[in-house]
Every structure is written in C-alpha cells, then in structure tokens.
Design a protein around this ligand. Structure first.
Ligand code: FMN
Length: 200
C-alpha cells in the first residue's frame, strides 16, 4: 500500500499541518511526500505546454530540451501512478486551492497517463484508487457557495477516475481553530481506518 502525500502548508503554525499529522497516524504502508511549499512551482509555461501537447496529444517523441521542460510534472505523474492513495493538503486561499497545489494538479492531469479520451469520451485512468483533499479555511461554507476548493477537488478526482474521492475540511479556523481542527480530525478518524484496513 502506497500513499502519496502532497502538502502545501506554508504558514508557520499551520492548522492544515496538524490535520496532515493526524492523517499520517492512520496511514499504513509507504508514504511518499511532495512538499510544495519547499520547491519551486512547476508551471505549464510555453515550453511545458508545447511539449505536453506534442507528446500527449500528438504522439511524438520529445527532444531532450522539450522533455526537460516537463521533467517535474512527469516525475510527479510517476509518483501519482505509483500510489494507491493520493492525499492533498493545503489551506484555502482566496476561496480555492492555492496556486502551487493547482499547478501540481495541472501537471499530473495528463492525457494518456491519468486520463484518456476516445470515441466514447473521456475516461479516468485512476480507477481502483482513492483520493482525499484536506483543507482548512478561516470561514465556514455551507451549501450557499463560496467554497470553490471542494467542488474543484471532486471534479478533478472524478476526471482522473479515482474510485473513491473525499474532501475533509476544517472550516472556521478564524473563529474557533481548535474546534474546526478537532471536527476534521474526527472525520479523518471515521474515514481512514477503512481505507487502510487491508494495508500491508
Ligand atoms: C493568502 C490567504 C488567503 C486566504 N483566503 C481565504 C479564503 O478565501 N477563505 C477563507 O475562508 N479563509 C481564507 N484564508 C484563511 C485560511 O484559509 C485559514 O486561516 C486556514 O485555516 C489557514 O490554514 P493554515 O493554518 O494551514 O495556513 C486565507 C489565508 C491566507 C493567508
């Protein structure tokens, strides 16, 4: 059983980091960690997106400099493909996931790797695996909108075909951080033992 933990928790004293520490207590098997707060952001800039389209849509082989433009994204995809569980964790920034986490996702949602398309339409390739997005937010969001993190995470996990996808959040940290974190930790306690019950 392998878990890929992708974190972006840049704030000293991060509430989200406490959720990650709690989640880690439930994880069984190997953990691979990508700490997005401690590496440069790999964007789909001109060189990267041109190489991606040439290879993943055009089926062409890349020259060395073109392959280099996708090196970070390709290394990330390899880690995602090797993982039974993908776990993302970050605070909410400006009503959604912070840019570095979105850039990570832009890098791994690759045609022919995590999803594909044919005459029948789009097809996620991550079936049989699980994904979790873990975030904390200062505000509390009900069904009235404003939380763009949860629906985007669910859409992207679904697009990649994850068989089970969950979002757990500690909402309301600006009002009562201890209570928000405790309720998210309880949600982790309710979910993760089942995910790792057969883990070796
Ligand atoms: C740059 C920035 C943007 C934020 N944007 C939002 C927001 O849009 N909605 C919200 O509810 N909280 C927002 N917050 C508050 C954080 O989401 C909240 O304090 C969260 O618990 C921080 O998590 P952390 O302790 O792991 O950094 C923002 C905080 C920062 C620093």
């Amino acid at each position: 059983m392998k878990t890929l933990l992708v974190t972006f928790t840049p704030r000293t004293g991060s509430h989200t980091a406490r959720l990650v520490a709690h989640a880690r207590q439930h994880i069984r098997g190997d953990i691979d960690l990508i700490d997005l707060a401690r590496r440069p952001v790999a964007m789909l800039d001109t060189a990267a997106v041109d190489a991606y389209v040439k290879r993943n849509y055009g089926g062409q082989t890349l020259a060395a400099d073109e392959a280099a433009a996708l090196a970070v994204q390709d290394a990330d995809v390899a880690k995602v493909l090797a993982a039974d569980v993908l776990m993302l964790a970050s605070p909410m920034h400006n009503f959604a996931m912070p840019g570095p986490l979105k850039a990570f996702l832009d890098g791994i949602i690759q045609k022919g790797r995590t999803w594909d398309a044919d005459a029948n339409g789009y097809r996620g390739l991550m079936t049989g695996r699980r994904a979790l997005a873990l975030f904390s937010s200062g505000g509390v969001y009900g069904d009235g909108g404003g939380d763009h993190y949860s629906p985007l995470a669910r859409t992207l996990f679904g697009f990649m075909g994850y068989s089970e996808a969950e979002v757990i959040s500690a909402q309301g940290t600006s009002r009562d951080a201890a209570q928000a974190v405790a309720s998210a930790q309880a949600a982790l306690d309710a979910l993760l033992p089942r995910w790792y019950v057969d883990a070796v």
